[in-house]
Design a protein around this ligand. Structure first.
Ligand SMILES: C[S@@+](CC[C@H](N)C(=O)[O-])C[C@H]1O[C@@H](n2cnc3c(N)ncnc32)[C@H](O)[C@@H]1O
Length: 229
């Protein structure tokens, strides 16, 4: 059985947020794990698809100067965004203020170096609200990874993020030639249909992932705003 040690804990109106370290029985290197209300959100072991969310979306846009990432998590998507020299500004919208604090103060050890990049702006807010309030054509890329997918929400209120009004806000916040990418643990045909209705087309991209000796797929849902629109 792996050994868990609590690193930090916080309460918000959405419930408890817990950061803990996990070491497997064989005594390998310890991993950090984030849980919200008892639901596993992510860990630092399998982060290939968090990175792939950014990499696949960055490849679709000619000039991704302005990027917004919905959901800081442990910062891997943001890290991949910052590795792209074309990115001039990366806004990260995170609903849990405590998590931003743990990244800033080094409770999450790789946090301070990531946030020191002068292109990063961290906003404590609901990404749905941030997109609804964004001026038109503010971003070249919108990356959403706030749940385990539309079918497995971290917070029930996030259901609205995958409905037409929120996705219309995301489209309006994108400049011509821009793209939206949404991470999902499972296939999400309803999300694909809504994206098609809002953007005219959408693509489901399988992301291979190795989970406890099994080869599985996570999914990326991508939709683009035509360059001339
Ligand atoms: C799966 S993690 C993101 C992982 C991230 N892509 C990474 O690479 O580490 C989801 C994050 O979204 C945040 N979150 C959940 N709902 C949100 C919302 N409505 N607006 C902004 N952030 C939200 C959670 O607190 C959590 O930090």
């Amino acid at each position: 059985m792996p050994e868990h040690v609590e690193v930090a804990r916080s309460e918000s109106e959405r419930g408890e947020l817990v950061l803990r370290s996990r070491r497997d029985a064989e005594g390998g290197p310890s991993a950090l794990e984030l849980r919200a209300n008892g639901v596993f959100v992510m860990d630092t072991v399998e982060v290939g698809t968090e990175r792939a969310l950014a990499a696949a979306a960055l490849a679709l846009v000619e000039r991704p100067a302005r990027v917004v990432v919905g959901g800081l998590g442990l910062g891997f998507t943001m890290h991949e965004v910052l590795a792209d020299a074309r990115v001039e500004r990366c806004a990260v919208v995170e609903i849990e203020e405590a998590l931003v604090g743990w990244m800033r103060d080094g409770t999450i050890p790789h946090g301070p170096a990531l946030l020191a990049d002068e292109r990063v702006v961290v906003v404590v807010a609901d990404i749905a609200v941030a997109l609804a309030e964004a001026p038109p054509a503010s971003y070249d890329l919108v990356l959403l990874d706030v749940d385990n997918g539309p079918g497995y929400l971290v917070h029930d209120a996030n259901a609205a993020l995958y409905d037409r009004p929120a996705l219309e806000s995301a489209r309006a916040a994108l400049a011509p030639g821009g793209a939206l990418a949404v991470w999902s643990a499972d296939e999400a045909p309803q999300l694909a249909a809504t994206l098609e209705a809002v953007f005219g087309a959408a693509e489901a991209v399988p992301l291979p992932v190795r989970l406890q000796d099994r080869d599985e797929h996570y999914w990326l849902y991508v939709a683009r705003v035509p360059s001339g629109s």
